[in-house]
Write a new protein. Structure first.
Length: 100
């Protein structure tokens, strides 16, 4: 009897939480991404990428690009290292081609 109750408890909890699951969104933090974009816009190389119509939509709609831009560590690397900037450019090219 106790075993059946213990099995039912997690199912009961999930049933209660399922209606509020959209509220418990652990997705990307838009404010953080926007702040990191603003931080990177100080650099001409990023401003050129961001202003480029070819890539512009990726900064708003591509979850892979936004995930990278949500990382403070990655944004610091982007701001300081030419190689990381080049990799990011290639990454944008790849994501842009994937969306066609």
């Amino acid at each position: 009897m106790l075993k059946k109750i213990l099995i039912c408890i997690p199912i009961f909890i999930l049933a209660i939480l399922s209606p509020v699951a959209p509220i418990l969104n652990f997705g990307l933090n838009t404010k953080k991404i926007d702040a990191n974009i603003q931080r990177l816009l100080k650099y001409s190389w990023f401003d050129e990428l961001y202003s480029n119509d070819k890539f512009r939509h990726l900064f708003f709609a591509n979850k892979h690009v936004r995930k990278k831009l949500s990382s403070d560590i990655y944004v610091k690397l982007l701001s300081r290292h030419k190689k990381t900037q080049e990799k990011f450019y290639r990454f944008l090219e790849k994501e842009n081609n994937r969306n066609k």
